[in-house]
Design a protein around this ligand. Structure first.
Ligand code: NAD
Ligand code: UGA
Length: 469
């Protein structure tokens, strides 16, 4: 039986390995992590992440050919294939701070593999890493190998949160990069055979290592660039009376452009888009390509602009002050169908409103009060000026309350900001909400989820991204 071990039981490691276990009953999969509480949660009835369909997949295989464990060294030493799916955040200090990927977790994982391995291994980069990371990892492994043969593969993950299981069941493509040596190609074929259990062969792309590593950064950069493009248009729509939904529909009808990823929003969030573009920017700068670096940097600048534009709209519409006014925030996760708040635009919007002394009442169906308070208490990391971190005032968190009920969040509020596109926000009883609010009652729809005309009929003043007032 082929044995797989995955380092990192996070948003990628957990779902990816669960699907491999489900689709490959002849393979034993063990997911390990340095965080004991995460592993305990994977072994419990309440999984550590919320992802539609995940519970079902885990329940079908856990204890059969899918295991979660803290005994990292044992499972690494027994595995034939080791996936490394640890976090690779942006560096916050030192060389490259604000842009470069922090590979501390990756390097310590590689050193541990070299220490405990007693037989040949295929080591798979699942984490998103800078181009040429495989070369660095190869050096670490081979210099500490005691004659053991390590083959490094790049197999970036393209799943999106909220649709992870669907994406893993039916991926647009699986990408595997390896060395162009006979041993490298043999390792590529071994990994290909794992995916071939359920992915059609013509959708399993094989490339050299650097193409695979760069394709992942490029794919995220292209996706984020579409959002910044449509968000840039949304500002122009508001200035001219055009409607961004009509514009993106018309533009997306061109088969060369396509309709996806053209929804204007308060800004993109999530743990990866900003991090991976900054990583790309840093690689361009290091390779003497400042023009290319600046091109991609602009995608993030527009995203920052979109978030601050939204805050400015809220404050200016509410007679230029929100001091001591209750603002209800509906949605805190970075997108619907996840409880993940990493880099969510809600953090920047809430901080902007708190800076203007608003009182904020937050409701999100999947995010806990603890998580929200932690996110808002954290210093904002300014990627553009990484050395000037502003300390948060300790009093600000007192201006924030969190509730599990949208009606309670909006009661007595002067305004509502919709920051995540949860489906349930479409079907709330807005008449009831209007009756319980201060007047004039404002709605700022950062995701274009509500029917603005209906809300206006009720009496709300409605601002929707990129739409005529
Ligand atoms: P995560 O923070 O949810 O999970 C990473 C896990 O790795 C953590 O639980 C951490 O405790 C563990 N870890 C760190 N060092 C370890 C070590 N030495 N041994 C064992 N475990 C260790 O991160 P994530 O969202 O799963 O992302 C992981 C990687 O995948 C990142 O590089 C990310 O860019 C990439 N990625 C993420 C997504 C996504 O949707 N979240 C999608 C595609 C790619
Ligand atoms: C994204 C990519 O879609 C995945 O392919 C990739 O694997 C992943 O990043 C990663 O590398 O981490 P994810 O961040 O989970 O996935 O979710 P997306 O659906 O891409 O949404 C990202 C952000 O963009 C969200 O805040 C979302 O609300 C926003 N968005 C998305 C828009 O504002 N408009 C759109 O049209 C689409």
């Amino acid at each position: 039986m082929v044995k797989i071990c995955c380092l990192g039981a996070g948003y990628v490691g957990g779902p990816t390995m669960a699907v491999i276990a489900l689709k490959c009953p002849d393979i034993q999969v063990v997911v390990v992590d340095i965080t004991k509480s995460r592993i305990d949660a994977w072994n419990s009835d309440t999984l550590p992440i919320y992802e539609p369909g995940l519970d079902d997949v885990v329940k079908q295989c856990r204890g059969k050919n899918l295991f979660f464990s803290n005994d990292i060294e044992k499972h690494v030493s027994e595995a034939d294939i080791i996936f490394v799916s640890v976090n690779t955040p942006t560096k916050t200090r030192g060389l490259g701070a604000g842009k470069a990927a922090d590979l501390t977790y990756w390097e310590s994982a590689a050193r541990m593999i070299a220490d405990v391995a007693k037989s040949d291994k295929i080591v798979v980069e699942k984490s998103t890493v800078p181009v040429k990371t495989a070369e660095a990892i190869e050096k670490i492994l081979t210099h500490n190998s005691n004659g053991i043969n390590f083959q490094i593969l790049s197999n970036p993950e393209f799943l999106a949160e909220g649709t992870a299981i669907q994406d893993l069941f039916n991926p647009d493509r699986v990408l595997i990069g390896g060395r162009e040596t006979p041993e490298g190609q043999k390792a590529v074929q071994t990994l290909k055979a794992v995916y071939a259990h359920w992915v059609p062969e013509d959708q399993i792309l094989t490339t050299n290592l650097w193409s695979a590593e760069l394709s992942k950064l490029a794919a995220n950069a292209f996706l984020a660039q579409r959002i910044s493009s449509v968000n840039a248009m949304s500002a122009l729509c508001e200035a001219t009376g055009a409607n961004v939904s009509e514009v993106s529909y018309a533009v997306g009808k061109d088969s060369r452009i396509g309709p996806k990823f053209l929804n204007a929003s308060v800004g993109f969030g999530g743990s990866c888009f900003q991090k991976d573009i900054l990583n790309l920017v840093y690689i361009c700068e290091c390779n003497g390509l400042p023009e290319v670096a600046n091109y991609w940097k602009q995608v993030i600048k527009i995203n920052d602009y979109q978030k601050s534009r939204f805050v400015n709209r809220v404050v200016s519409s509410m007679f230029n002050t929100v001091a001591n006014k209750k603002i209800a925030v509906l949605g805190f996760a970075f997108k619907k169908d996840t409880g993940d708040t990493r880099e969510t635009p809600a953090i920047d919007v809430c901080k902007g409103l708190l800076g203007d002394k608003a009182k904020i009442s937050i409701y999100d169906p999947q995010v806990t009060e603890d998580q929200i308070q932690r996110d808002l208490a954290m210093n904002k990391f300014d990627w553009d000026h990484p050395v000037h971190l502003q300390p948060m005032s300790p009093t600000t968190t007192k201006q924030v309350s969190v509730t599990w009920d949208a009606y309670e969040a909006t009661k007595d509020a002067h305004g509502i900001c919709i920051l995540t596109e949860w489906d349930e926000f479409k079907t709330l009883d807005y008449k009831k909400i209007y009756d319980s609010m201060q007047k004039p009652a404002f709605v700022f729809d950062g995701r274009n989820v509500v029917d603005s005309e209906k809300l206006r009929e009720i009496g709300f003043i409605v601002y929707s991204i990129g739409k005529p007032l």
